[in-house]
Design a binder for this molecule. Structure first.
Ligand code: BGC
Length: 822
């Protein structure tokens, strides 16, 4: 519909009807307005998958690799294809608006949602985010660029005020949002945080640059529960308060409009945007239902497997990889993560995958009939006990694998009962009069001893094992963070001695008092094996094998929305495990399963290190493809990995008096390392393939006009013995600049492929904007005319080729005279 048609619809609405549209109807839906043919719009989280409206393990979703892995692909067509998968999932689940991509940056490795964000680099995050937006929206489903802006860590996230200079905002933190909006994003989510003293849902940045400079004509919706006031948010650029019903707009906004405190024109503009979004996603067209046929699982699995391999980064390799399956008699697969991988991070982006292919299963499948595959878990990894599930529990009523969930009235009478697959119940049904939710299961102990049981959630909690009380107490909810309250509430733990391996009855209850959140989580774990014995067994297993694959990673819940990490060390005894296995078997490959940087103190003592991130549901198949050379590991680091947390340019995100100062300014990520003249463990952009490359020549135009795009040609040769793909990266520098600059910055990249001995030419497009800087004084972009260095190579720290380009004054330019309005 064009704007005139939208205006005609607007004219049919009363002020009450208009204001009603500006707050959600439910947790995930917007209001319908049948009078103008407007249907409800359903929103659902991404970016790891599209969960749909229900937090229910029976409604599974395709689970993609984490966003950090998507950016590691440096491959926009593939990311676009994955966006298409998200859109198909959305259509299948009746979702109109996917709440992804997350475009905040990897400012600090400890940030809880690092895994859910793309990169430390604004250019890579912008290009990858834009590809995801295009991929999702090509199918008539809206993407949402979130969380606008500077919502880069979790500590104090509901209220923290980020102090950041205007130029840094424009050049670094706003840049990926600008890319997403210019790629046509139909929605933007305003974050919980504040910037320079104003909360984002009431911030002038919603008007400028978002709507005014970038021409964003979609809907700005609030993060869930971010809006607390009426007039300041309604007169800023915010269009839609989520979730609903009720909340700070609703009636209060109607009154404010009637009293003239919020102009009706502001309301009209918001409604037009909502109608435009509805038109784009088909919610104004009764003939179009968003439900679509289920994509065949085989092609989805194939794409997800390809994607997980494409994001996998080979950090080091002494030549052991790829493994030749034909030469192997015995392979040891070691580590708890080999059989219980972390396939996604925690928080609102979580989905229930249709299946999980573990590293162990992937390797075993690949070697079936060819080599023996041994497994040893090694010592416990220090993870919290996992939720009860079908692997260890039986529903006491039906005898089916899983648990029984019951809803009880105040007298303990059953109002509702159903069989479920997991003790993690985030949205149990609540029939009228429900007072208590109960999870009941027969646990089949794998070993006798002191088991740890946990019950998570807020309010009054009890847990008994064969009638013996294990947890009993009142745990009031003191957070208004919806992710913590409803998705990852704290657990209360207790121990119970279990005599044998006969089933024991576990009964956990939580009273459903107001304001205690929705989640009830029941967990159990056997006594830890003796760590020395477990280590010795793993070492022995590794020693006996032709090759040892040790899978290590972060613990369940460690990387999650709602809190930041305080350490980057691998939990438990995993470092000891790697060191000991590598000492016993020189042919040791370590697979790192983490969504964000971790410390790898043994990295130079092992034959190869592969980083799989949170690889999604097809983890194991993709790992086997990479290990055995069916696929070259495609990933390059989207973020610099330091050797130790203490080395990180931003090692803590703790607010000081509710404030976080981005004191490093433009010098974030690899730019900070370059500026300090220090070397990280692995540079931004680093990643090996299975061949080698010689960079032979670079050619840039002698002169370009400021503001124009230009092309740089890089000639390279495949000097190895296998065909391969190389990501050619281009950085700019400005020696003698009159404005402060990063030492160098990423300006463009492209991938080439070549067979052994062949040369390839990478043509890297450098957008005109790569040369601009923001002039705070002038309030506009400028390009400093003169000579820029152009550096080409394979990472921010490995740039063998250099040339220059002379930039002539053009539309954006200004003389290179200091003090001239910079
Ligand atoms: C998160 C958002 C998410 C929303 C809805 C918030 O807590 O910050 O990323 O989209 O919840 O689940």
């Amino acid at each position: 519909m064009n704007d005139e048609e939208l205006l005609r619809l607007l004219d049919k609405l009363s002020t009450e009807q208009k204001v009603r549209l500006l707050t959600g109807a439910t947790t995930w839906r917007t209001h319908a307005e049948p009078g103008v043919g407007l249907g409800e719009m359903v929103t659902s989280d991404g970016p790891a998958g599209v969960r749909g409206e229900a937090w229910d393990e029976r409604e599974t979703s395709a689970l993609l690799p984490s966003a950090s892995a998507l950016a590691a692909m440096w491959d926009e067509p593939l990311v676009e294809e994955l966006g298409g998968l998200l859109a198909r999932e959305a259509r299948r689940k009746g979702v109109h608006v996917v709440l992804a991509p997350t475009l905040n940056l990897h400012r600090s490795p400890v940030a809880g949602r690092h895994f859910e964000c793309l990169s430390e680099d604004p250019e890579l995050a912008g290009r990858t985010g834009a590809a995801l937006v295009r991929g999702i929206q090509a199918h008539g489903v809206a993407a949402t660029a979130k969380h606008y802006v500077a919502n880069d860590s979790e500590a104090g996230r509901m209220t923290v005020d980020v102090r950041v200079a205007e130029r840094t905002l424009r050049e670094v933190y706003l840049a990926p949002f600008e890319a997403a909006v210019r790629a046509g994003a139909w929605a933007v989510m305003a974050g919980y945080n504040g910037v320079n003293g104003t909360t984002m849902t009431a911030h002038p940045l919603l008007a400028r640059p978002l709507k005014d400079d970038w021409g964003f004509d979609g809907v700005v919706l609030s993060d869930w529960g971010a809006v607390r006031t009426t007039v300041d948010t309604a007169t800023a650029g915010l269009d839609l308060v989520m979730p609903g019903p009720g909340g700070p707009w609703a009636e209060a906004l109607l009154e404010a409009v009637r009293a003239g405190r919020v102009p009706l024109a502001a309301v009209d503009d918001k409604v037009i945007r909502i109608l435009r979004l509805a038109d784009r996603v088909g919610a104004l067209d009764p003939a179009r239902t968003p439900a679509a046929p289920v994509p065949p699982p085989v092609s989805t699995r194939r794409l997800l497997r390809r994607a997980a391999a494409a994001g996998t980064v080979l950090l080091s390799n002494d030549g052991l990889l790829p493994l030749a399956a034909a030469e192997l008699g015995t392979v040891a697969v070691i580590g708890t993560h080999a059989v219980r991988p972390q396939v996604q991070g925690g928080g609102s982006a979580g989905v229930y995958p249709e299946r999980i292919v573990t590293p162990m299963a992937g390797i075993r499948d690949h070697l079936r009939g060819r080599a023996r595959v041994l497994h040893a878990p090694g010592p416990a990894v220090g993870a919290p006990p996992p939720p009860l599930d079908t692997s260890n529990c039986v529903d006491p009523r039906t005898g089916e694998a899983g648990v029984l969930v019951r809803l009880l009235d105040p007298e303990g009478r059953e109002l509702h009962a159903e069989h479920r697959a997991t003790g993690r119940q985030l949205e149990p049904p609540t029939p009228p009069g429900a007072h208590t939710v109960e999870v009941r299961a027969l646990l089949i102990p794998t070993a006798p001893g002191a088991w740890t049981f946990g019950v998570g959630g807020f309010g009054r909690l009890t847990l008994t094992v064969d009638g013996r009380p294990v947890v009993d107490g009142d745990f009031p909810c003191r957070t208004d963070d919806p992710a913590v309250k409803h998705v990852t509430p704290p657990c209360q733990y207790g121990r119970a001695e279990i005599g044998g391996t006969e089933p024991v009855l576990v009964v956990a209850r939580r009273e459903l008092a107001p304001d205690t959140g929705r989640a009830t989580v029941v967990t159990a774990a056997p006594p830890h094996p003796d760590p020395h014995e477990a280590l010795a067994e793993a070492v022995e297993t590794g020693r006996r094998a032709d090759v040892a694959v040790v899978v290590v990673g972060t613990a369940e819940g460690a990387e999650a929305e709602g809190h930041d990490r305080s350490s980057l060390a691998l939990p438990g005894h995993q470092d000891d495990l790697v060191t000991a296995v590598a000492a016993a078997n020189r042919r040791t490959v370590v697979v790192v399963n983490a969504g964000a940087p971790v410390e790898l103190p043994w990295r130079n003592a092992v034959a190869a290190v592969l980083l799989t991130w949170f690889p999604g549901q097809e983890a194991g198949g993709a790992l086997a493809d990479v290990l055995f050379g069916g696929t070259e590991p495609g990933g390059r680091l989207p973020t610099t990995w330091g050797a130790r947390l203490d080395d990180a340019p931003v090692a803590t995100t703790h607010p000081d008096q509710n404030t976080v100062a981005y004191a490093e300014g433009l010098h974030m990520g690899h730019r900070a390392w370059l500026r300090a003249g220090r070397s990280p463990a692995y540079w931004f952009g680093h990643g090996l393939g299975y061949t080698t490359w010689a960079y032979e020549g670079v050619e840039a135009p002698a002169t370009v006009v400021a503001g124009d795009d230009f092309r740089v040609r890089v000639r390279l040769r495949n000097t190895g013995e296998r065909s391969g793909r190389e990501v050619v990266q281009l950085y700019l520098a400005r020696p003698g600049s009159v404005v402060e600059r990063p030492v160098r910055w990423l300006a463009g990249y492209t991938a080439v492929r070549a067979a052994p001995g062949e040369t390839a030419e990478a043509v890297v497009r450098v957008p005109g904007r790569a040369l601009r800087h923001w002039s705070t004084r002038a309030g506009s972009w400028r390009i400093e005319a003169g000579r820029f260095s152009v550096l080409a190579g394979r990472s921010a720290g490995d740039l063998p080729l250099a040339t220059t380009v002379d930039v002539q004054e053009g539309y954006f330019s200004q003389p290179t005279v200091s003090g001239s309005g910079l």
